[in-house]
Design a protein around this ligand. Structure first.
Ligand code: SRM
Ligand code: SF4
Length: 555
């Protein structure tokens, strides 16, 4: 039987539902039940503050409802003028905080129902939107951010933006409800149809050797291939994804598989064919088994490829061999091939707030007022101040210092990520964002004790197995089970190509640290020159390698 979301989508008149009525209802801070599903396609989620949930229930008050809104920013690039608007809206409507996400965009939390329309209109005034930032559609398209090494970046970024536009839903619901556009009698969804996709759909574009976008974690991935400094085409990947459910072996994280190589001009037609294949073959009965990775494993890669070829008219050429050397970002100043300077700032947990010596919003506002290049949000919750002329470097450095934006850090900390989790995420089983710094400090102590020192081990924590900080691609992955308890995963490769495997279940912090210490000590003693921690634990037989996630992840 089709999942209830299918009926909600079908009856929504292309995502309109009763959102306008829900907004106008002053008796509650919430939306009508069906509208809480449709709102996602418009970029926002209904949430409530879980820190005060029990206390409010005791006082017979409804939960403290508010909304999280996520913008759509293909490739994560915004201008300084746009940044000033993002900053102002964050201060006025989102409690003075803006959160950079793991998908190159930003979120506002704590927005009241009456704040939604001014927020969306404010973003629109800066040519920004939140269309399809969430929901069963293609989401924000990621693209390698760093315009440093190759002339490919500008071309690949341009294609990323066009792809994002191409895969947008056709409905005018967003414009009517939020931007007061006149209602059209009839609207079309040429790509999606009336029920959109069975589930969310994510796309990323990577430029080797940097896998900063974790391209293998996406439903659809494009890996840019260069020849003599020019874009030759893309390897197409399908079927990546992180979300799992504790105890349900029919769910698993999966690194994407290759379909083959295409030319740059074939990108949109192939993307559309992959998307419609998932639209027509994806599971619409069980949302836990509905992502493209399950469709792919059910059909098999060869049959999936044949279907995409039939729909697109494109014949895949053999995948071109590529080498990825790292996940994560490169920090500090780097000079691009055009002579411009780019500064990657480490943003703790992606949280932009003014607190103590670190005044992120004030500081970035001051930078935006003088900056002549752009800002680039990375897929690791960090920020690049990009395209700075040589002559302005010192001025930017002075502002970074004045507002405390150069945070003392270590390689472990720089490479660590956590999802939002408590108090806003309704699905969190344990802390993540509020716990990461503490946990990383304790792992650093272990590294120092065993003599490893300043090590770059990809470490990620999520508050539940949905995997929003891509913990299954971390060399040390913690996934929340209950307050203060996590599953510990080891054995990803630090390049984002291989998912990890459960090492210990339902552990307290003390237990996790006690488990990690001897493994780190063995790595120090037995690890080969330049061997990554994640590769060592596999070679050393500490965890088994996951080759085929469907079979190996739970074995
Ligand atoms: Fe996520 C649901 C936050 C990236 C897999 N994710 C959620 C929700 C909306 C909770 C909910 O459904 O009520 C979280 C809101 C928390 C909050 O208070 O803000 C949430 N996800 C995030 C963000 C903000 C984490 C972060 O700390 O940066 C990321 C926003 C990305 C963006 O800008 O679009 C975020 N989520 C991811 C990623 C990473 C990625 O895409 O590279 C994943 C794993 C990849 C994947 O999709 O497989 C991810 N989020 C999920 C899932 C599991 C999907 C699945 O296939 O099972 C859910 C739950 C769901 O969809 O049912 C989820
Ligand atoms: Fe929430 Fe779980 Fe995603 Fe963390 S991983 S933000 S706890 S859904």
């Amino acid at each position: 039987m089709a999942s209830p979301n299918e009926r909600i989508k079908k009856d929504s008149q292309h995502l309109r539902g009763t959102l306008a009525e829900s907004l106008g209802d002053g008796h509650t801070g919430a939306l009508r039940a069906n509208d809480t599903q449709l709102s996602k396609f418009h970029g926002f989620y209904q949430q409530d503050d879980r820190d005060v949930r029990a206390e409010r229930a005791k006082r017979k008050l409804e939960p403290l409802y508010s909304f999280m809104l996520r913008a759509r920013v293909p490739g994560g690039v915004v201008t300084p003028q746009q940044w000033l608007v993002i900053d102002r809206l964050g201060r006025e409507l989102s409690g003075g905080s803006v959160r950079l996400t793991t998908r190159q965009t930003f979120q506002y939390h704590g927005i009241l129902k009456e704040g939604l329309k001014p927020l969306i209109q404010g973003l629109h005034s800066a040519l920004l939107d939140s269309i399809a930032a969430c929901g069963d559609v293609n989401r924000n398209v990621l693209c390698n951010t760093n315009p440093v090494d190759s002339s490919l970046h500008a071309e690949v970024y341009r294609q990323t933006v066009l792809l994002s536009e191409h895969l947008l839903p056709g409905t005018r619901a967003y414009h009517e409800i939020w931007l007061d556009e006149e209602k059209v009698a009839h609207s079309e969804e040429p790509i999606y149809g009336d029920t959109y996709l069975p589930r969310k759909f994510k796309t990323a574009v990577a430029i080797p050797p940097h896998n900063d976008v974790d391209v293998y974690a996406n439903d659809l991935g494009f890996v840019a291939i260069a020849e003599n400094g020019k874009l030759r085409g893309y390897n197409v990947l399908v079927g990546g994804g992180m979300g799992t459910t504790h105890g349900d072996t029919a769910t698993y994280p999966r690194a994407a598989s290759a379909l083959g190589f295409i030319s740059p001009e074939q990108m949109n037609v192939v993307a559309e064919a992959v998307l419609t294949t998932q639209r027509d073959f994806g599971n619409r009965d069980d949302r836990k088994n509905a992502r493209l990775k399950y469709t792919l494993d059910r059909l098999g890669v060869d049959a999936f490829r044949a279907e995409v070829e039939k729909r697109s008219g494109v014949t895949f050429l053999p995948e071109v061999p590529v080498v990825f050397t790292q996940q994560g970002d490169r920090f500090g100043w780097v000079q691009g091939i055009d002579g411009k300077e780019h500064l990657t700032l480490f943003v703790p947990e992606g949280r932009l707030i003014d607190k103590g010596e670190q005044r992120w919003l004030e500081g970035l506002r001051a930078i935006a007022q003088v900056h002549q290049g752009d800002f680039r949000m990375t897929a690791n919750q960090n920020l690049i101040i990009a395209g700075v002329p040589q002559a302005q470097k010192a001025q930017i450095d002075a502002l970074v210092a004045e507002y405390g934006l150069k945070v003392p850090t270590s390689r472990l900390r720089e490479n660590a990520m956590a999802c939002v989790a408590l108090p806003t995420c309704g699905l969190a089983m344990a802390e993540a964002e509020r716990y990461l710094e503490d946990f990383v400090a304790k792992v650093q102590t272990l590294l120092d004790e065993v003599g490893l020192g300043d090590q770059d081990i990809v470490t990620r924590i999520t508050g539940c197995p949905n995997g929003c900080a891509r913990p299954f691609l971390a060399e040390i992955g913690l996934v929340g089970k209950a307050p203060g308890r996590y599953n510990l995963y080891l054995g990803a490769d630090g390049r984002g190509l291989r998912v990890n495997k459960l090492y210990r279940e339902n552990q307290t912090e003390a237990e996790i640290l006690a488990e990690l210490k001897p493994v780190l000590a063995r790595y120090k003693a037995e690890g080969l020159e330049a061997e990554r921690f994640g590769d060592f634990v596999v070679r050393g037989g500490i965890v088994k390698e996951v080759r085929d996630a469907q079979v190996d992840f739970h074995a």
